[in-house]
Design a protein around this ligand. Structure first.
Ligand SMILES: [Zn+2]
Length: 355
């Protein structure tokens, strides 16, 4: 039975994307009367944001009640640390890559405080999603969390980040092509509601990135669009009330790879390669677009230098359909596994990406 849709949506109220924005965080917080904050950050982020960040807090009279570096993303550790924070904290500020932001987001959710995030890399759409990826008794789980109240993305910091992360962000964006197709097919088979608005946001986030620009991933304008597109993808999930607009068969394969690989690749690399395969299985009309983006941005060239292990990929294909119970994707079709193996053996691109 389908679950009726009765919900409210939360979208970021404060959204700042541009060069030098980390030096404005103090002003943004003070403008919203957030004068006492707790900061949760990645250790390597400190040198990226200082001294501009601290100066902006001091100038605007924002007091740091607590500043911690994320050591663990085990849920129980985060919960203990969260409830030890001073009671009068106005907001939680998360700074860094994946782990620090997941921990900070969940802390804000537990304490029911506004959450402001400042991602230092753009490797996936997790910074703006309504879930946190945490460990529960050492197993990675996606846990209900909260949308950020504010997002501050400093393009100077993003521009100085390793290109691998930008490519991973591009890979996470192209995976919407297969995710949206799976969602529609799940609807056609009576497994899911489709939210047209969420679907439109997700499609538009792709258009925004790839119709407007050249494919130069190093250009600041490209990175600005990538930041906006990943943000919109997160908002599409919130509007839909599920991860459907951003995550389908290709994400199932990536989750399976995370579980079994000796050395999993960056999220966006795994989902993009899986998306190329799943688009072929789906007969997806946008498969050529997906290929063109990954070709022209130089993604294929880079990914080919560090291919995914073929034995692990095939193992992941076996597990993937059962990772989320009742979640229909192209991988649920009985002939998909054999067709996928045939493509891995015979498709020119897949033979370079999976070895
Ligand atoms: Zn993703």
């Amino acid at each position: 039975m389908l679950i009726p849709i009765v919900k409210q949506i939360a979208i970021p109220y404060l959204l700042k994307i541009g060069a030098g924005k980390i030096g404005r965080v103090g002003k943004y917080l003070a403008d919203k009367e957030m004068k006492k904050i707790a900061i949760i950050m990645g250790k390597s982020s400190l040198k990226l944001i200082e001294p501009k960040f601290s100066a902006s807090l001091t100038e605007n009279g924002v007091e740091v009640l607590s500043q911690t570096f994320t050591e663990s993303i085990e849920l129980s550790d985060i919960a203990h640390a969260a409830f030890a924070l001073p009671y009068d904290t106005d907001a939680i500020v998360g700074i860094g890559g994946g782990k620090a932001l997941d921990a900070a987001k969940y802390t804000a959710f537990l304490l029911q405080k506004p959450y402001i995030c400042a991602p230092t890399i753009l490797s996936n759409d997790g910074f703006c999603s309504p879930t946190s990826s945490l460990l529960v008794q050492k197993k990675r789980k996606s846990i209900k969390s909260k949308m950020p109240f504010g997002i501050v993305i400093d393009l100077d910091i993003i521009g100085a980040s390793p290109a691998n992360y930008i490519y991973s962000g591009v890979g996470d964006m192209v995976s919407k092509i297969t995710a949206l197709y799976d969602w529609k097919e799940a609807f056609n088979r009576g497994h899911e509601h489709v939210n047209d608005f969420a679907s439109m946001i997700s499609y538009n986030s792709l258009d925004l990135l790839f119709l407007k620009h050249s494919y130069d991933i190093y250009a600041m304008e490209f990175q600005r669009s990538l930041a906006t597109s990943l943000t919109m993808s997160g908002i599409a999930m919130e509007v839909a009330g599920s991860s459907r607009p951003a995550s389908g068969s290709e994400h199932l394969i990536s989750h399976a790879l995370d579980q079994i690989s000796a050395e999993p690749k960056l999220h966006g690399f795994q989902v993009a390669i899986a998306a190329y395969l799943c688009a072929a299985l789906q007969g997806n009309p946008n498969r050529d677009l997906l290929d063109e983006i990954l070709d022209k941005t130089g993604f294929w060239e880079l990914a080919a230098k560090d291919p995914i292990n073929k034995t692990e990929f095939i193992e992941a294909l076996k597990i993937a359909p059962n990772i989320k119970a009742g979640f229909y994707t192209i991988l649920s079709e009985p002939d998909s596994f054999d067709r996928a193996i045939d493509l891995i053996e015979n498709n020119g691109i897949l033979r370079r990406m999976i070895k």
